[in-house]
Design a protein around this ligand. Structure first.
Ligand code: PEP
Ligand code: MG
Length: 367
């Protein structure tokens, strides 16, 4: 529970008066959303929905959804998950009280959802009404050598459209529910992960729009919403003009963008990066502070190409860099609209955004 003093509020007030960049938080639990608001977050910039799936009450249904070989089996599992997700989103909409909430559709490394023991395989076989051998084969079929470069993000949503359909339904039902209760509708921003091509966004967006129309017809209620994409692969940055034609916003996923630009696993980099920094091969850890020459160049290309198609395209960043002062300075210069970081970094980000605005303006104003 953050305890905020009067001095803290005064300091933050000064920062807020000069900054241009908005500051949002990465949050998926009510606790994180609450903390984010107390620290002054102006919205949620990234709700990672896969984190919601690990809840012990749900993981069984999640495994069923992944391991079922039929659409019918997957839909049965998804029907169990829908009420959980509806509640998840309704909670976030209520806490954020009309501020923007960016919900990213499922982006798991698939291996985290696969069964890990004989006992789990046996349990799944029983719940899916099949045999252990079938389940073992399915697990082997789904296993990947490089899960972080594999069947994740929108690739999973395109292979199994019913997953994104369920999540979109949960989002729209929660939005309608919140609008009816609060008298004010939230504006969900639905975000598609790991897009590399325009067509991926087109296909997933069409699914989402279809579900929206269904829910609005059923409920007799309409809410505004946006559908946008993460820019976290070099190809997406390089073709951002085409992607912008089908998206309402971009959010730079600089964790994956750093991983894929350097060809360097974000999970293993710590083993030798400190040596690289020590030897001056890299000025800083690029997973902490934006690598301006490589990742930064891709961000600038995407900003320019995206805005050449949509001059007011909403642009943010939601990788770890969104809470790093030097990277926030870069985001200011690149013309982004907001940064999103972990709730506890929101005050630092507000200060850094103010500092960046002052130095970008070349002003001698003192705060
Ligand atoms: C990213 O890749 O920068 C991102 C925000 O998504 P995640 O860290 O969940 O992959
Ligand atoms: Mg990512």
């Amino acid at each position: 529970e953050p305890q905020l003093s009067g001095d803290f509020s005064t300091l933050m007030g000064w920062a807020d008066a000069v900054r241009r960049l908005k500051v949002r938080a990465n949050a998926e639990t009510p606790l994180d959303a609450d903390t984010a608001r107390k620290f002054g977050a102006e919205g949620i910039g990234l709700c990672r929905t896969e984190h919601m799936f690990f809840d012990p009450a749900r993981i069984g249904a999640v495994r069923q959804m992944i391991m079922s070989e039929t659409e019918r089996g997957r839909r049965e599992a998804l029907a169990k998950l829908l009420p959980f997700q509806r509640q998840d989103f309704a909670d976030l909409f209520r806490i954020m009280a009309g501020l923007p909430v960016t919900i990213r559709l499922l982006d798991p490394p698939l291996h985290e959802f696969l069964p890990h023991s004989e006992a789990e395989i046996a349990e799944l076989a029983e719940s899916l009404g099949t045999d252990v051998t079938t389940m073992q084969r399915r697990a082997a079929d789904l296993a990947e050598a490089n899960p972080m470069l594999g069947h994740r993000g929108c690739r999973l949503g395109i292979s199994y459209p019913e997953i994104y359909e369920m999540q979109a339904r949960a989002i729209f039902e929660a939005a309608v529910l919140t609008a009816k209760e609060a008298g004010k509708a939230p504006v969900p921003e639905i975000m598609i992960p790991l897009v590399a091509t325009r067509r991926e966004l087109e296909i997933t967006r069409a699914q989402i729009d279809k579900v929206a129309q269904e829910v609005f017809a059923e409920s007799g209620y309409h809410v505004e919403y946006d559908v946008g994409t993460m820019i976290e692969l070099p190809r997406a940055a390089l073709t951002a003009d085409r992607i912008a034609e089908v998206g309402d916003f971009f959010s730079f996923g600089t964790n994956d963008l750093t991983q894929t630009t350097f060809g360097l696993s974000r999970d293993d980099a710590g083993k030798f990066l400190p040596l690289y920094v020590e030897k001056g091969i890299m000025p800083k850890d690029p997973f902490v502070s934006i690598d301006v020459d490589g990742v930064g160049a891709l961000v600038r290309i995407a900003v320019e190409k995206g805005r050449s198609v949509k001059p007011n395209l909403k642009l943010g960043i939601c990788g770890e860099h969104g809470g790093d002062p030097a990277s926030i300075q870069f985001c200011e210069e690149a013309g982004l609209d907001y940064v999103s970081c972990s709730p506890y970094r929101v005050p630092v980000a507000r200060l850094a955004a103010a500092q960046a605005a002052l130095s970008a303006g070349g002003s001698d104003q003192t705060a």
